[in-house]
Design a protein around this ligand. Structure first.
Ligand code: MF3
Ligand code: CO
Ligand code: CO
Length: 261
C-alpha cells in the first residue's frame, strides 16, 4: 500500500501538529541534566503537551492484542535502549548518558511525531559520533525525498551512510505513514536499495526515524513488552522527523528552530 495523499486541509493540520510536536523537544532540552529522572521528563512534557492544546499519542497506545498499552506520554530511550523506553522514577540520568526523547502529539486529529538525542553531562567520543552520524542518516534520508523518487531511495541513503561509518541499522522498526492515523502505510525502511519500492507522490506524509547501533544491529525486547535494547548492550541512537513530500523535495513538518533548512 502507498501512503495517503493529504489534501490541503489535511496538510494544514499536519503542519500545525508537526510544529507543536517540535516545540515540545525545544521546551524539554534545558531539563535534560544529570540527576533528572525520565519520569520527571515525562511529566514536564505531558503537562506542556496539554498546555498547548494537544494530547500525547503514546499514552495508552496499543497496536497489538496481548501487548499492554504504553503507560506514559513520551518515550525515553537511554544508552543501549533502541526505542520505546518507558519513563520511570527509577531511572536518574548520570553524566555521559545519551537519551532519545520521542514525542507524538495529536492536534485536531492530526499526528506530529519527532524525536531527538540529548546528553546528560558530556558524552563520550563514540557516543558523540553515533549521535551525529544518526542525525546525518536522517538528513540523508530526507534529501532522498521528492515526488517521483522511490521509497527505497530513503533506506538506501541511510544504510549507506550508517555502514560507511561502521555502525549498523536496526531492521525491526521503521518509519511510517502518518496523518489522522499514528502508524499508517507505508513502512519506511531504513535500509534497502535505491530505485526499489513505490514512487513517492506529492502530498504524502510519513516519518523517517533511523535507529543506528554502535555495535551489531540485533535487538531484544524486554519483558515489559515495550523497551527495545541492543542485544550486545552497545549504544543506540535515533532521530525522527515527520515529512511532507513536495514536487521538488520534502517539507520537514517537525523542523525545530535550531535546524536551518
Ligand atoms: N513515537 C514512536 C514512533 O516514532 C512510537 C511510540 S509508540 C509507544 O513511531 F507506544 F511506544 F509510545
Ligand atoms: Co514514528
Ligand atoms: Co516517534
Amino acid at each position: 500500500m502507498v501512503a495517503r495523499v493529504q489534501n490541503e486541509v489535511d496538510v494544514a493540520g499536519m503542519r500545525e501538529a508537526g510544529r507543536l510536536a517540535a516545540s515540545v523537544l525545544d521546551m524539554i532540552g534545558e531539563h535534560v541534566r544529570v540527576g533528572v529522572t525520565t519520569d520527571r521528563l515525562n511529566t514536564l512534557c505531558h503537562e506542556f503537551i496539554e498546555e498547548i492544546g494537544c494530547t500525547a499519542a503514546p499514552l495508552n497506545y496499543s497496536n497489538s492484542p496481548g501487548v499492554p498499552p504504553f503507560p506514559k506520554a513520551i518515550c525515553t530511550s537511554v544508552n543501549h535502549v533502541v526505542c520505546h523506553g518507558i519513563p520511570t522514577a527509577r531511572k536518574m540520568l548520570k553524566s555521559g548518558d545519551i537519551l532519545n526523547i520521542d514525542i507524538t502529539v495529536v492536534k485536531d486529529g492530526y499526528h506530529g511525531d519527532t524525536s531527538k538525542m540529548f546528553c546528560a553531562g558530556k558524552p563520550g567520543v563514540l557516543a558523540q559520533r553515533l549521535i551525529c552520524t544518526t542525525q546525518e542518516c536522517l538528513y540523508r534520508g530526507i534529501q532522498a525525498i521528492r515526488a517521483g523518487a522511490h521509497l527505497g531511495d530513503i533506506g538506501a541513503a541511510i544504510q549507506q551512510h550508517a555502514e560507511a561509518s561502521r555502525f549498523s541499522v536496526v531492521r525491526e522498526f521503521c518509519g511510517h505513514g502518518i496523518g489522522k492515523k499514528f502508524h499508517d502505510d507505508p513502512q519506511v525502511l531504513h535500509y534497502g536499495s535505491a530505485g526499489s519500492g513505490p514512487v513517492l507522490l506529492e502530498g504524502q506524509t510519513f516519518t523517517i526515524e533511523p535507529m543506528i547501533n554502535a555495535g551489531k544491529r540485533h535487538i531484544k525486547l524486554l519483558p515489559d513488552h515495550w523497551t527495545v535494547v541492543t542485544k550486545d548492550h552497545k549504544l543506540s541512537a535515533q532521530w525522527e522527523h515527520t515529512l511532507l513530500v513536495t514536487s521538488d523535495g520534502a517539507e520537514v513538518l517537525t523542523r525545530r528552530g535550531e535546524e536551518n533548512f
